[in-house]
Ligand binder design. Structure first.
Ligand SMILES: Nc1nc2c(ncn2[C@@H]2O[C@H](COP(=O)(O)OP(=O)(O)OP(=O)(O)O)[C@@H](O)[C@H]2O)c(=O)[nH]1
Ligand SMILES: [Mg+2]
Length: 483
């Protein structure tokens, strides 16, 4: 067998999800793809695999090969007598470099049965292929220059996207929009660095290659662009992972009723007995492209019941991990008198104050109650009734608005969705800031050059111009086998 990772080392894997399906695909990539394909698939047209037109589907019998070794092609007659037919299917040969991996690729489309696909994979291995490691197809696409690293990561994002907006961003990244911006900034920096280094080399001859002010302007501009991209990281995280919304409040205010209503299903038990919910209940929904995980919790009160106490402990823990807390109050129980004594010490801006059961109040009381609450807390106050549905749409809009700007969908701007990219951009930001301080203080250009080099390297890491094997292994091991 050929050395791992070389193009002669030909890999195979099931490319479609596990389970039953109409069709399933086994993919083979590497220099011997056609050889292996010809051993595993007997074309009905009786054509030889090597003379096939690229990118054309061919009907074939899929076989377990009886003559495994590469190099000695069996004759048509000997194969017919000894090979075992696994399935019939379609095969397509995609000649290098016009394939996903930029290598020779053969795809075998057969019936979508786990057993059949497994057997086809075994047949490919018997014919000389090696089972692919997780993400190895995409890794090869990257190593062969088909994709940069940010695009390779976008392949994974596309596969995993949980919402339409997340998918849209993954597609933008896959098209290389982040890569282009980062590449442009990096090229600018490398140019400045070259100038600076030329200046250092020729310092004795007193030739200034790039003016100090010009350098400062240029670096400031680069810094502000890096910061502009970085500013999208929080939105990116939200779109990628969704948000966790914890519903909290005293017993019986209608937390579980609110959860059920937002999910449009009877997920949590609702009764008029305070202390009904003990455990954490968690479900996800997608609202206009944003994935929201709603978490219903036990009502907060002093109690001696050990089960309820554990529920309350978990409820507090959930609040700590929340992106936003909906603090629910029972509007029918709040009088203006009570309000004067209510204070909201722990209510900070990431909470929304939800006043429920307004169906039990007169419109005028709802107005005055909301007004009084708004005057007492920095939180947004939202009057609702789970019973009538009033205010629920406004609540959804308020939750979404807390995280996403309405202009986002329309914007063509790049959004940073990976922690790895954010960390690299932050490093570039720090190095650029340091280089600016150094230039402004008139520090030796050698030191400035070190910072510029570091900023350029940090940007290079995003697109994979600069990467270690360890980083690559970490990124691609997140993929599943066959991707
Ligand atoms: N009138 C009215 N009643 C409501 C409304 N929302 C909930 N309720 C009632 O309030 C009672 C308590 O509702 P739950 O959803 O169980 O309250 P909870 O906050 O989850 O209570 P615990 O789990 O005990 O903490 C039930 O009888 C609900 O039918 C509302 O908007 N209007
Ligand atoms: Mg409840």
């Amino acid at each position: 067998m050929s050395a791992v990772g070389t193009p002669e080392d030909t890999i195979c894997a099931i490319a479609t999800p596990a389970g039953e399906g109409g069709i399933g695909i086994v993919r083979i990539s590497g220099q011997h793809a056609a050889d292996i394909g010809s051993r595993v698939a007997r074309l009905r047209s009786k054509q030889s695999f090597h003379t096939l037109a690229s990118h054309k589907l061919q009907l074939a019998d899929i076989l377990f090969p009886s003559v495994p070794s590469i190099g000695r092609l069996p004759t048509f007659e000997t194969r017919q007598s000894t090979d075992q037919i696994i399935d019939e299917g379609l095969v397509v040969y995609m000649k290098a470099p016009r394939s996903f991996t930029a290598e020779d690729v053969v795809e075998i489309h057969c019936h979508g049965s786990g057993l059949v696909l497994q057997r086809v994979c075994e047949a490919c291995v018997a014919a000389g292929a090696r089972l692919a490691q997780p993400g190895e197809f995409t890794k090869r696409a990257f190593l062969n220059g088909r994709l940069d690293l940010s695009q390779a990561e976008a392949v994974l994002d596309t596969i995993r996207a949980k919402s339409e907006l997340g998918l849209k961003l993954a597609q933008r990244q896959l098209r290389g929009e982040l890569a282009q911006q980062v590449h442009r900034l990096r090229t600018g920096l490398v140019g400045l660095l070259a100038n600076l280094e030329a200046g250092i080399d020729f310092a004795e001859e007193n030739i200034a290659f790039v003016g100090r002010n010009e350098m400062i302007l240029s670096l400031r501009e680069t810094l502000s662009q890096v910061q502009r991209i970085l500013a999208t990281a929080e939105t990116g995280r939200v779109l990628r992972d969704g948000v966790r919304v914890v519903i909290s409040g005293e017993p019986n205010v209608g937390k579980s009723s609110l959860l059920n209503s937002l999910l449009r299903e009877d997920r949590a038990i609702v009764t008029d007995i305070p202390g009904t919910t003990r455990d954490i209940i968690e479900e996800s929904v997608v609202w206009l492209g944003l994935r929201v995980t709603l978490i219903d919790t036990a009502g907060l009160r002093d109690t001696t019941d050990p089960v309820e106490r554990e529920g309350i402990r978990r409820s507090k823990e959930a609040q700590d991990q929340a992106d936003i807390v909906l603090h629910v109050l029972d509007g029918s129980q709040l009088t203006m008198n009570d309000l004067r004594n209510v204070c909201f010490p722990s209510l900070v801006h990431e909470r929304l104050l939800v006043v429920n059961k307004i169906d039990l109040l007169a419109a005028a009381s709802v107005e005055s109650l909301s007004g009084a609450l708004r005057a007492r807390t920095p939180c947004k106050v939202l009057p609702i009734s789970v019973r009538t549905g009033e205010g629920l749409e406004a609540l959804k809009v308020a939750i979404r608005a807390q995280f996403l700007k309405p202009s986002l969908e329309a914007s063509d701007g790049v959004v940073v969705t990976h922690v790895r990219h954010r960390v690299a951009l932050e490093r570039a930001e720090t190095s650029l800031q340091e280089s600016l301080v150094s230039i402004e203080r008139g520090i030796e250009p050698e030191f400035v050059a070190v910072d510029l080099r570091d900023a350029a390297d940090a940007l290079g890491e995003i697109v994979g111009a600069i990467t270690s094997d360890e980083v690559l292994d970490r990124i691609f091991s997140e993929f599943c086998i066959g991707k």
